[in-house]
Design a protein around this ligand. Sequence first.
Ligand SMILES: Cc1cc2nc3c(=O)[nH]c(=O)nc-3n(C[C@H](O)[C@H](O)[C@H](O)COP(=O)(O)OP(=O)(O)OC[C@H]3O[C@@H](n4cnc5c(N)ncnc54)[C@H](O)[C@@H]3O)c2cc1C
Ligand code: SF4
Length: 538
Amino acid sequence: MKVGTVIVGSGVAATAVAQRLLADNPQASVLILEAGVRVKTKDFGLWEQYMLTRQTPYEQYTDLPYPQRDFPGENTSAGGTDMPLNGARVFAYGGSTLHWGGWAFRLKPEDFHLRSNTGEGIDWPFDYDELEPFYCRAEHHLAVSGDSRDPLLKRSRDYPFREFPFTLMDRPIADGLKKLDFDFGHLPIARRGVSGEPSRHAPCQTTGTCKYCPFGARYAACNYLDDFIEWNDWPGLSVRLGAIVDRIITDGKRRVKGVTFWDRETGASQDVEADRVIVAAGTIESAKLLQRSVSDDWRNGLGNNHDLVGRYLVTHPYFTFEGLLPANPLRLQAEMDFPTLVSRHFDSEPQQAAGKYVLVSPPDAVGFRLADSLQKGQSRAEIDAALTGRNGVQIHGMIEVFGRHYNRVTVAKEANGKVKYNRVGIPMTQVEYTKDPDFDQRMKDVEAQVGEILKAMDAPPTGTKSLSWRADHAASVCRMSSREQDGVVDADLRVHGIDNLYVISNAVFPNIGAINPTLTLTALAIRLGDHLNAGGGV
Ligand SMILES: Cc1cc2nc3c(=O)[nH]c(=O)nc-3n(C[C@H](O)[C@H](O)[C@H](O)COP(=O)(O)OP(=O)(O)OC[C@H]3O[C@@H](n4cnc5c(N)ncnc54)[C@H](O)[C@@H]3O)c2cc1C
Ligand code: SF4
């Protein structure tokens, strides 16, 4: 089989690149190879099932749940800090956007200059102004609802849809932030609003069950790929499911000529020839695919002459802190399953060297659950007392940590050197991660700061808190750099030293700032599409 471009993976990165390529070259041949299978979406039966059981249809395609994480589960761990992959990725058609929250932030200008500002890591090869027009296009691609008047960041185009209003539940946190004169705003989110334009996609109906959206209003890559295919937009686009790419085939040192994949059903191996190969397999699998694609010219794997593929692994530690509201006269309780208020006050240049962070008012900030009370058979008076009485209130957040050479992902092997495979048929992962020695002190500082906000909300901290290192935002393991000795891909996302091999994934971020990565990933994917359309890689 021979195609123009082969893309490994069918997540948002793959979908955005494919769309860009084909929109400009409708006759181009693009083959997407996806290890996972199809999960039914936009289905009311499944939605009702989710409502009653809280089980989502894609759960069986995520990494295994804790504590089955260790062999024969998804990953083995080494290093001092456990960074589990469980639940962090979906191996299915549409990839991890099947379960993402849709929070769609832009990085801030200082994030592109980490090295210059702090001495940590490396700078991006370009700055915010270069990416700004692509952010606008990404917001339209993902159908983001946001506040176009937010003065926080320079923008050249409005969001496609208006921001969601703050909920009543946001009120205590908003009051606390206001008292302290801390900035906050509307959380931008990839949920389609209503517009006068004809659209193939339904707008959000605010049912609030976004872990399973019955309308497809919350962006999921598979819905877009389905549309391209069902509307026959581009006959040259094809998607092959259950195709596990095993290695990339080289053609001398500077070129690749295709990939070898396994058919999950039959176990048969097949080669596909391509003019260009784009690796969009998610952070962890993109690095592992380069690592295992060894050749005489690339004995440590493609683009790995400097031993950087898989290294500088980071994610966002996700924290929660609780305070106690003495009373809840407004009868606050969760209105929707997504947040509407964010504070980026500490996601700022002065905080960058210590680790910047964002604070979010979670959708269930106040602990009261009407459904739980009803299920317990409580009387109306009991429910009323529980609702209006003392209630826990939470603030959530994410903090930036910096890449370290010793933190990395590799293929997990048994003692005899044999590769282990996960239940999808992909080689299993070894995660080696150790947090920085000063991280715990930084979290104490964050706790003290959030404590001040809770006090300003008249909800003194209870000491109840949590911290998760889960790899939802794993990044940087194929980082982008101007110089070959500093990274794996160049500013065009081309693997250093190979003319027609690209990586598009959170893996290419030199650093991830304090915010969720997918809007930036989509902006980079659109930028890559433009580069390819201008003749890149052929
Ligand atoms: C619970 C959760 C909530 C999240 N919420 C947000 C949010 O609100 N905002 C945000 O910005 N980000 C969020 N994220 C992160 C977001 O999901 C990712 O940034 C994004 O989906 C990554 O897209 P991708 O296309 O790079 O990779 P993926 O979507 O992971 O796609 C990679 C695809 O490649 C396939 N694949 C892997 N290896 C191979 C192989 N060898 N051969 C063939 N196919 C292969 C996989 O099956 C997968 O389908 C969240 C993540 C989690 C876990
Ligand atoms: S709130 Fe909107 S995005 Fe979420 S499930 Fe309902 S319609 Fe879908």
